[in-house]
Design a binder for this molecule. Structure first.
Ligand SMILES: *[C@@H]1O[C@H](CO)[C@@H](O)[C@H](O)[C@H]1NC(C)=O
Ligand SMILES: *[C@@H]1O[C@H](CO)[C@@H](O)[C@H](O)[C@H]1NC(C)=O
Ligand SMILES: *[C@@H]1O[C@H](CO)[C@@H](O)[C@H](O)[C@H]1NC(C)=O
Ligand SMILES: *[C@@H]1O[C@H](CO)[C@@H](O)[C@H](O)[C@H]1NC(C)=O
Ligand SMILES: *[C@@H]1O[C@H](CO)[C@@H](O)[C@H](O)[C@H]1NC(C)=O
Ligand SMILES: *[C@@H]1O[C@H](CO)[C@@H](O)[C@H](O)[C@H]1NC(C)=O
Ligand SMILES: *[C@@H]1O[C@H](CO)[C@@H](O)[C@H](O)[C@H]1NC(C)=O
Ligand SMILES: *[C@@H]1O[C@H](CO)[C@@H](O)[C@H](O)[C@H]1NC(C)=O
Ligand SMILES: *[C@@H]1O[C@H](CO)[C@@H](O)[C@H](O)[C@H]1NC(C)=O
Ligand SMILES: *[C@@H]1O[C@H](CO)[C@@H](O)[C@H](O)[C@H]1NC(C)=O
Ligand SMILES: *[C@@H]1O[C@H](CO)[C@@H](O)[C@H](O)[C@H]1NC(C)=O
Ligand SMILES: *[C@@H]1O[C@H](CO)[C@@H](O)[C@H](O)[C@H]1NC(C)=O
Length: 792
């Protein structure tokens, strides 16, 4: 060791504890959230803690300061960790896979698919030499559907979000990288998120009451921490007036004490403002200019800061590295973005499979889908084909959208995908047409108006002599009324006009047996959405549908997309709705359109009929009060009797399922005899929050003619005394069931799943009373239920 000012040579846990107690500081309140205090049972983190503490014990304070500001420490051969965005692949890198966005992955409602994909993502980071991934992204959760960044996150339902986030944390660890779960906390919109010299309202300060904070926003972080999250990124914004990254209540009390989080807290850009506010507030990794050696050293001397806290920060910076075995000598060296280190393995298969599994079939009149060797097809919209200079169009971090003039399969900002290639629907449908003998036409432009008449190609002149016998078809403008029918009196779908048919949207629509319209919605980091629908794209759908009685609409969106401009149009026979699917997007879609994949994706958010049906808009003031409490998304629609267009959990299949024979049994009556959990404070909160207390089973039969996956969903209605939303998701299972057979689906209900936050007791309580458990195919399609009485 060298450069020792006040050497502290200690051997692990006990001396660290004493150091905490005998700090030179007069500040005695600062032991909360300090790992060495022993207040949290570290469980399977204990070995990593021992290794981290042993390394830190060899450091001078100056070296510890180097460590917590991202430096390498040569005396102990510690190399600074490499951090990188994001959960859809290694951002900005060549020779990596372009995965789907987290919002799309969640739409699979499949735990195995979620785990497999996030592990594949993490393996690519591992292979490029990164140690920390800035993800998975639990939040923004989805308080407002206008949130620009929801594409990177899972869903506004805390339970589904928590399961996905936990699987992300676990899969990252299993792949050997540290997950940096984000954003902590109440960072729900992009507008005014970042301090700006001229703005008195930025960054905004979120205020949520204690019950809402726990039940809606903190919920998923319990899952992340329980499943081994090694790092957490605090947000740019404020909570209750204090920057999240300097907020002792959030970081030291909630995250590190209540949830028992043992890892590293690091800041989103600009999240750190003051040296001791952040250090005492709970930030563990920060800027070397704000945390300069001289500043922190003098803080230790004058009592603004404690050595116990400094040691804790240093340990937290490296504990995750040991937890995921990055010290085992196997990780390949870090490489730059262009080096030829190909980490893709067979991950394109995962992308294709998961894309297909995530697509939601919203409408399918008279089995319009799946397709079978159609004779003619026309596809419309810029979203069907490649953008002119693709696929790695560089999005602005300060806002992109509201639509994209090319096939949209990746997000923007921190959610930007690195595409090695991108299969567009135009490409995959063309390939299929070549196999099936289908005639396929396209207009890859939402507003195209031909400037030339058809017939100049030497075919039939201006008289196509086709089935309609229409003799006058020149460039019909999109400014014509959308209801315009070029062939009034001859509404016959099918081939007309030969190949010299005029190149207009209405004429192509009239001439095709199948018309497919592709629309998208784009937003991302840095700006919120300006609309949840789009006039240009909705006019395109209406224009095609007014000329084609078999119009199918394919939507790929960053979040909720209103469909009401055309959803009830009788000529819109099928609608497929999905997220942004990554490099195999066109193939995933093809699989569902042609029925090699039976759709099983389910909505992870509510689609309203009107934008005004959503209760939470963007906040434009300095203080953002979460006055809606827990009532966001379906919890709001249910409580206030607002009829959605399509409810949370909705999605059709090419087959039908029937539910029967539900049972619900208490499996641990001893546990339920106690209102509050009694277990030790552990990583992930009190240990018994995670114990099964009730087991549910139901029989699900596939009554149709094709095999299919059903996503069985468990919703719970609490007793009134718990003051909870009408029903809440507390279980889901995606099960492949062969045509004509049935499966028993079981749900394990944990103590936390029937708990509510008791503000007075400051703990999770199981209120006595009747709990109604219902299982069904969506939040409004509950098929069977059972009541379980808990307590006296
Ligand atoms: C801590 O302080 C107590 C008295 O306050 C003392 O007995 C003990 O030896 C000190 N421990 C260390 C490690 O300095
Ligand atoms: C330092 O660590 C590197 C890997 O990070 C390892 O290859 C090297 O052997 C270590 N050197 C010493 C002296 O331990
Ligand atoms: C080191 O850890 C990685 C990631 O978990 C694992 O794949 C590898 O097999 C481990 N190597 C050894 C030698 O244990
Ligand atoms: C913020 O303030 C509200 C009341 O104004 C309180 O209920 C909540 O617990 C506070 N949140 C934090 C993180 O301190
Ligand atoms: C760091 O601060 C300590 C105490 O103030 C001082 O002794 C040491 O020289 C400083 N080191 C550097 C590199 O500034
Ligand atoms: C003592 O620690 C608390 C909690 O970290 C902090 O809020 C307070 O500002 C500290 N006091 C001093 C004098 O540093
Ligand atoms: C779409 O077509 C219109 C009218 O023909 C044209 O003005 C516009 O530039 C085209 N858009 C794109 C993205 O090519
Ligand atoms: C299309 O044909 C009609 C009738 O022949 C004519 O009035 C109109 O100007 C033509 N439009 C274009 C764009 O050529
Ligand atoms: C569309 O209209 C044609 C001609 O009337 C008819 O043969 C066909 O069945 C219709 N298709 C649908 C999906 O209604
Ligand atoms: C449906 O399509 C037919 C042409 O096949 C057209 O005549 C009819 O007006 C369309 N209906 C609507 C509601 O657009
Ligand atoms: C039942 O719950 C009690 C209290 O939480 C716990 O100690 C016990 O391990 C649980 N039993 C089972 C079988 O999970
Ligand atoms: C519930 O108990 C009944 C009767 O003992 C049993 O048949 C059923 O399988 C149990 N269900 C579950 C999900 O444990």
């Amino acid at each position: 060791m060298k450069g020792i000012s006040t050497p502290l040579v200690f051997s692990l846990l006990l001396p660290l504890t004493l150091a905490a107690q005998n700090s030179t500081s007069t500040n005695t309140t600062a032991t909360e959230g300090i790992l060495s205090s022993g207040s949290v049972d570290l469980g399977d983190w204990a070995d990593a803690y021992t290794k981290a503490a042993a390394l830190v014990a060899q450091l001078t304070n100056e070296e510890k300061i180097t460590l917590i500001t991202g430096g390498s420490v040569s005396s102990v051969n510690w190399t600074a960790l490499e951090f990188k965005d994001g959960t859809e692949g290694v951002q900005g890198y060549n020779f990596v896979t372009g995965f789907s966005q987290s919002s799309a992955l969640a739409m699979t409602w499949d735990k195995t698919l979620m785990y497999d994909q996030m592990k594949a993502v993490a393996l690519e980071f591992y292979g490029k030499g990164f140690q920390v991934v800035n993800g998975p992204t639990s939040q923004p959760l989805g308080r407002t559907p206008w949130g620009g960044r929801l594409v990177e996150a899972f869903t506004p339902d805390p339970y589904l979000n928590g399961i996905a986030f936990g699987l992300g944390a676990k899969s990252f660890n299993d792949a050997g990288v540290v997950g940096g779960g984000k954003h902590f906390l109440l960072n729900e919109q992009e507008t005014n998120r970042q301090a700006s010299g001229s703005s008195s309202v930025a960054p905004y300060s979120s205020v949520a009451d204690d019950k809402t904070l726990h039940e809606t926003y903190l919920w998923s972080f319990y899952d992340g921490v329980k499943n081994g999250l090694g790092a957490v990124m605090c947000a740019m914004t404020k909570v209750n007036g204090t920057l999240s990254c300097e907020n002792e209540g959030l970081l030291q009390s909630l995250l590190k004490t209540e949830l028992g989080f043992p890892g590293l807290v690091y800041a989103d850009v600009g999240g750190q403002s003051t040296a001791f506010g952040s250090a005492n507030g709970g930030l563990d990794f920060g800027s070397s200019s704000i945390w300069s050696n001289s500043t922190l050293q003098s803080g230790l001397t004058n009592g603004s800061f404690t050595e116990a806290r400094l040691d804790d920060m240093a340990i937290r910076n490296i504990i995750g590295y040991y937890k995921v075995a990055l010290d085992n000598g196997t990780q390949p060296a870090y490489v730059g973005s262009d080096e030829f280190v190909d980490v893709r393995a067979n991950h394109s298969k995962i992308v294709r499979t998961n894309g297909g599994a995530s697509l939601v079939l919203l409408k399918n009149i008279n089995n319009a889908l799946p397709l079978s060797k159609p004779r003619t097809m026309a596809i419309f919209g810029s979203h069907a084909g490649p953008i002119m200079a693709g696929p790695n169009y560089v999005f602005s971090v300060q806002g992109s959208g509201p639509i994209y003039e090319g096939h949209l399969a990746g997000g923007s900002g921190s959610g930007q995908t690195s595409f090695p290639y991108l299969i567009t629907p135009q490409q995959s449908l063309t390939n299929q047409a070549s196999l099936d003998g289908t005639m396929i036409r396209w207009i890859l432009n939402n507003t195209y108006t031909s400037t030339t008449s058809g017939g100049s190609g030497g075919g039939g002149g201006s008289d196509f002599g086709g089935m309609t016998g229409n003799s006058s078809s020149n460039g019909t403008s999109m400014s014509d009324p959308p209801t315009l029918s070029k062939r009034a009196g001859a509404a016959i779908a099918g081939p007309t006009g030969g190949t010299s048919l005029s190149q207009t949207i209405p004429d192509y629509a009239t001439a095709a047996e199948i018309c497919m319209v592709f629309i998208n919605a784009l937003s991302g980091e840095g700006a919120d959405r300006t609309e949840l629908r789009n006039t240009e794209q909705d006019a395109l759908v209406t224009s095609v549908a007014s000329n084609c009685n078999n119009t199918m609409v394919i939507v790929n969106t960053v979040g909720a997309r209103i469909l009401d401009a055309w959803i009830e149009n009788e000529n819109v026979t099928a609608v497929i709705y999905g997220g942004l699917l990554g490099q195999e997007s066109g193939n995933s879609l093809l699989d569902v359109l042609y029925g090699t994949v039976n759709p099983s994706g389910r909505l992870t958010h509510t689609i309203a009929k009107n934008e005004s049906d959503y209760n939470v808009g963007l906040c434009t003031t300095a203080v953002c009060e979460f006055t809606e409490g827990n009532y966001i998304d379906y919890r709001y629609f249910d409580k206030y009797n607002v009829t959605p267009r399509y409810e949370f959990g909705y999605g059709l299949s090419y087959t039908t399922f029937e539910y029967s024979d539900m049972t619900a049994n208490i499996t641990n009556a001893t546990a339920l005899a106690s209102t509050y959990p009694t277990g030790a404070l552990s990583v992930g909160g009190k240990a018994d929050l995670w114990d099964e207390v009730i087991s549910i089973s139901v029989s699900v039969a596939n009554n149709g003619t094709v095999d299919g996956n059903e996503v069985s969903q468990l919703y719970i209605q609490y007793p009134d005394a718990a003051n909870q939303p009408i029903r809440q998701l507390r279980g889901f299972e995606r099960t492949l069931i062969a045509s004509g057979s049935s499966s028993t689906v079981t749900f394990s209900v944990r103590r936390r799943d029937i708990s509510s936050w008791d503000v007075e007791g400051q703990d999770w309580a199981v209120v006595s009373g009747d709990y109604v458990f219902s299982v069904g195919a969506s939040s409004r399609d509950l098929r069977v239920s059972q009541t379980v009485t808990v307590g006296a």
